[in-house]
Design a binder for this molecule. Structure first.
Ligand code: NAD
Length: 545
């Protein structure tokens, strides 16, 4: 799309607008028409040259956090160039703008702060949230919001959690081509219980302990109402809320607004895709499998719920489908006789004698699949893995906890202990493993395979709600991109380099569900693929004159 020069800011204002700036790549004619003559060095560079120069400088930096800061600086100056760098070097850059580096960046947020990005809404802003949102200069079609209480596996980082919505929205653009101009990162600052931050003179948030109860709920509610008033049809993605709020808020809002929780639902879809690949290798159906989860939190119950939804879609009775899933939490096997269980665990609290340990549960239940999502590093011991190998010709072993130190086992350990028979997926990246002359290539169950494409589909249709059926469609589409060659080398997911293409097709599958269920606010076009592709942002520069 060509932007008319009259609608553009001119001169310094143009150079200082990161959504429009091209820096040294403004052409001779653009420099004349847009009042840039003299403000830039004479030689006109191509975007490719700018990318090469940036990478050369960034790669010289010693630490990931320095690279993170260099990338943030570029993001703040020139978004198109930032996204060219990211899109063309996804494998290298993704760990720098998201996990694991973003965790450290959040911990040190106040110390490395360079420039404002996104919006901070604090507990003191109750009663004026809509007015505050009107300060945002662009329209917003997608908001990622956190309250900073459970940032990755790092706990309460308060307002420093802003690194997460910023990073996540960068992935929306990098992985699915969602226009950065319609993305709004938001942090709700309700205080922090992190004593280190409260004592840190550079901490960016309110110096007070967390507000809870009615006052907290009122702020969230006002924010949701205001966001929908100021940005009609906006998708609101909850991110890194603590367990006790995440499930509650999702239940409260999922049928009222267009929202989802990636920690629960996005994780579920990527895990389901990997399970579907494992079934292709084994030649089994979902209901033939018995899943034992280590962990019973957002990831575990999200995955279990979607596995059940997938089985039900295949005609399995819901009760039977739920019986294929078992959870172990910090108190042992989740069974019907346990009291005080959280709401989300109840569907999986089956009648069974109490079992204190994961290993005990494994021996008692004899699962075909174990899925680690408890952030207990090394929990899949050689003994556990060998027990799975003794029970199953092709044991499904997913070690999904992050970061790497929390992984239940490494890829090497999984393959060694199971004589190379494990059907393995991981939460953190692991290098290929040589086993008996074969190279096994474990792939990461990265949520970035799912949420960007899902968001793209929802934006393209102006979806009213986001449903489990859409996550199911996303998972099935992702699984369909796993080739026989991938399976041959033990990869249960496609390479991350294919994510932009996969995202487009996930968006189409999601759009199909949205129109089918009457959840679109736009009329159905002839081609959903054209509709989706029409919403894809391309970071290559276009001419302004
Ligand atoms: P959560 O806090 O909601 O749940 C953690 C669960 O682990 C709780 O049910 C807790 O009872 C259980 N637990 C803790 N200690 C335990 C122990 N010793 N034995 C058994 N269970 C124990 O957290 P979450 O959002 O579900 O995330 C869990 C892990 O999964 C994290 O490491 C996270 O990084 C990872 N994760 C990975 C992906 C992915 O790979 N795509 C996505 C989401 C989450």
């Amino acid at each position: 799309m060509k932007i008319h020069p009259h609608t553009l800011p001119h001169g310094m204002a143009l150079l200082q607008n990161p959504l429009l700036n091209k820096g040294t790549a403004f052409t001779e004619m653009e420099r004349d028409v847009l009042g840039l003559r003299g403000l830039l060095p004479p030689h006109v560079q191509t975007q490719d040259e700018q990318v090469a120069r940036f990478l050369e400088n960034m790669r010289r930096l010693p630490d990931p956090i320095d690279k993170f800061m260099a990338l943030s600086g570029l993001h703040d100056r020139n978004e198109a160039l930032f996204f060219r760098v990211v899109c063309d070097n996804l494998d290298e850059i993704m760990p720098l703008i998201y996990t694991p580096t973003v965790g450290l960046a959040c911990q040190r947020f106040g110390h490395i702060f360079q420039r404002h990005r996104g919006m901070f809404i604090s507990i003191h802003d109750r009663g004026r949230v809509a007015d505050i949102l009107k300060n945002w200069p662009n329209k917003a079609d997608i908001i990622v919001v956190t309250d900073g209480e459970r940032i990755l596996g790092l706990g309460d980082l308060g307002a420093n959690g802003m690194g997460i919505p910023v990073g996540k929205l960068s992935l929306y653009t990098a992985c699915a081509g969602i226009d950065p101009a319609i993305c709004l990162p938001v942090t709700l600052d309700v205080g922090t219980n992190n004593e280190t931050l409260l004592a840190d003179p550079y901490y960016v948030g309110l110096r007070r302990r967390r507000v809870t109860g009615a006052a907290y709920d009122e702020l969230v509610d006002e924010f949701i109402t205001a966001a929908r008033e100021v940005f009609p049809n906006v998708i609101i993605q909850f991110e890194d809320f603590a367990n006790h709020n995440a499930f509650r808020l999702l239940e409260k809002y999922r049928d009222k607004i267009c929202t989802f929780n990636d920690d629960i639902q996005g994780t579920a879809a990527v895990a389901l895709a990997a399970v579907l690949s494992a079934l292709r290798v084994k030649g089994t159906q979902l209901a033939d499998e018995k899943f034992l989860f280590l962990g019973a939190g957002e990831a575990a119950t999200g995955i279990a719920d979607l596995l059940v939804a997938a089985m039900v879609a295949q005609g399995v009775a819901p009760e039977l489908a739920r019986q294929r899933c078992w959870l172990v939490d910090s108190k042992g096997l989740v069974v019907a006789s346990r009291t005080g269980l959280a709401q989300q665990k109840l569907p999986y609290a089956h009648p069974h004698p109490e079992v204190a340990s994961f290993q005990g549960a494994l021996h008692a239940l004899q699962p075909t699949a174990i899925i680690g999502v408890a952030a207990v590093g090394g929990a899949f011991t050689t003994e556990v893995l060998q027990a799975m190998a003794a029970l199953n010709a092709q044991p499904i072993v997913f070690a999904l906890s992050n970061p790497t130190s929390k992984a239940e086992c490494t890829a090497e350990e999984a393959y060694q202990a199971t004589e190379g028979r494990a059907l393995f997926a991981c939460g953190s990246p692991f290098a290929p493993v040589q086993y008996n002359g074969t190279t096994l290539v474990p792939r990461q169950g990265n949520n970035s395979y799912i949420f960007p494409g899902l968001g793209l589909g929802a934006i393209a249709c102006g979806a009213r709600h986001i449903t489990d059926e859409m996550f199911l469609a996303a998972a099935q589409t992702l699984a369909a991109y796993v080739t026989p060659e991938d399976l041959q080398q033990g990869s249960l997911l496609p390479p991350l380099t294919s994510v932009r293409e996969v995202s487009v097709h996930i968006a189409v599958a999601v759009a199909e569900v949205i129109f089918e269920r009457g959840l679109a606010t736009r009329s159905r076009p002839e081609s959903l693929l054209d509709l989706v592709r029409g919403h894809v942002y391309d970071p290559r520069y276009t001419s302004y004159v």
